[in-house]
Design a protein around this ligand. Structure first.
Ligand SMILES: NC(=O)c1ccc[n+]([C@@H]2O[C@H](COP(=O)([O-])OP(=O)(O)OC[C@H]3O[C@@H](n4cnc5c(N)ncnc54)[C@H](OP(=O)(O)O)[C@@H]3O)[C@@H](O)[C@H]2O)c1
Length: 406
């Protein structure tokens, strides 16, 4: 049984571990949380000791506290670590990018970030401006390489051309048992251009697997390989040689579980079994059937007027979507009633889509069943299919899908 090999970018002189460490939630999610600092630092250090030397963080995580903890964890071993940082979309102008980088370097207690990425694209700022700032940072040695996070395939192509001659050889996107959008186009592009994908949320942000009967396949394989389901999932994602996974583990135990994945590979027939069972389920759902709750915007009018001042605004993103830049489907849960869904992820994307295509449109969504529905047939599968990138790109094709709902 062969091992999962390090990822090479020979021309850049980089060898990266196939498994890194995510830090969203370490030091808080979007607010500072100091309650478990010692445990979090110990977890990160344990990971580094075990070879998980790529660490992904962002200025927004824990309102900067994540970077502080990463800084403390890597202090004595800075040269062993490949440090990945991200600046927020609202900091996309030249002076903002540079100021964000300076703040992050201070919190990280280092003189350089190995890979620096816009966390999300900001269509309200010409990318040329962001690129100018990144070039200044690279020339000053404060940033070694530039990456792109959450850029659609077309945005990656456009941004890469603008950044040229700076190489863009690492891009970051979600990749897990539900969201396999990268397989549509980006992965092929990455194979052709020797680019690596930093695959985030491999465990669906802790949910681990979609809530349905397919999990028995993973349980069977966990038994067969004497591994955990988490390890089987990572091994399946890592079947793609251009992928580096960045799971987040707050505890030494979880981190040890990640590290042990390097030592085994799934047999081709088992990879095939998982790939087949978890083939993407993109459904086109009338937006009028989707309830939106919680923080942020819950109505069309709020999304339109943007009272919270989001930058980019939902309207900016709507224009970008009309140009073919829908990154990925939103996530919804199908409720007990046949035609009722609740939005579980992608709120800004949802409203941007509604502003782009109006309230009587269909939106591409990954659909899960509510717990009471699990075990029943998956009704949405009948309408499932299609590619988010192709459909969003081709507006006229989308128009044919448009329905008028009462
Ligand atoms: N670029 C972006 O927009 C973006 C978006 C999301 C994430 N990311 C990056 O990707 C990283 C990973 O994604 P994520 O944090 O969304 O979620 P994830 O890695 O999919 O899941 C993390 C969750 O899984 C739990 N977990 C870890 N190992 C486990 C195991 N063996 N058994 C059971 N549960 C386990 C963790 O619990 P414990 O914490 O208790 O260990 C944590 O709650 C982030 O931390 C961040 O660095 C980037």
């Amino acid at each position: 049984m062969t091992n999962i090999l390090p990822r090479q970018l020979d021309d850049l002189g980089l060898t990266l571990p196939p498994i890194g460490q995510g830090t969203m939630g370490i030091g808080g999610y979007y607010e500072k949380d100091c309650t478990r600092d010692a445990e979090w630092i110990a977890g990160l250090r344990r990971g580094i000791d075990l070879g998980l030397t790529l660490i992904d963080t962002a200025e927004v995580y824990g309102a900067g506290h994540s970077e502080e903890l990463v800084g403390r964890a890597i202090k004595e071993v800075r040269d062993e670590v490949f440090l990945v940082g991200k600046f927020s979309a609202e900091h996309s102008r030249v002076s903002q990018v540079i100021a964000a980088a300076e703040r992050s370097l201070r919190r990280l207690g280092t003189d350089r970030i190995d890979l620096y990425q816009p966390h999300w694209p900001n269509p309200s700022v010409p990318f040329e401006e962001t690129a100018e700032a990144l070039e200044i940072l690279v020339q000053s040695g404060k940033v070694r390489f530039v990456g792109l996070s959450n850029f659609s395939f077309h945005e990656v192509q456009k941004a890469t051309a603008i950044l040229n001659p700076m190489p863009v050889r690492l891009v970051q996107q979600e990749y897990n048992l539900i969201d396999r959008t990268i397989e549509e186009q980006l992965l092929t592009h990455c194979e052709a251009t020797q680019t690596i994908i930093l695959a985030y949320s491999p465990f669906l942000q802790g949910k681990m697997v979609p809530g349905d009967a397919r999990k028995t396949i993973l349980d069977d394989l966990a038994k067969k390989y004497e591994r955990t389901v988490a390890q089987i999932i990572l091994a399946w994602l890592l079947r793609e040689e251009r992928v580096v996974v960045i799971p987040k583990g707050s505890t030494g135990t979880h981190v040890e579980e990640f590290a042990a994945v390097k030592d085994f590979c799934l047999a081709p027939e088992d990879i095939h079994r998982i790939s087949g069972a978890y083939s993407p389920r993109i459904s086109w759902i009338p937006v009028s059937q989707i309830s939106v709750r919680g923080g942020g915007y819950t109505t069309y009018e709020e999304a339109l007027t943007n009272p919270l001042g989001f930058d980019p605004s939902p309207l900016d993103l709507a224009q970008s979507i009309l140009m073919g830049n829908m990154l990925k489907p939103v996530k919804v849960t199908q409720e007990l009633a046949e035609d009722a869904y609740t939005l579980t992820e992608g709120k800004i994307r949802f409203w941007a889509w509604v502003l782009a295509y109006e309230r009587r449109s269909l939106i591409p969504a990954f659909v899960e069943k509510c717990p009471e529905r699990q075990g029943q047939n998956f009704e949405s599968e009948a309408q499932a299919g299609g590619s988010i990138q192709q459909s969003a790109m081709n507006h006229s094709a989308w128009m044919r899908k448009k329905v008028v709902c009462a």
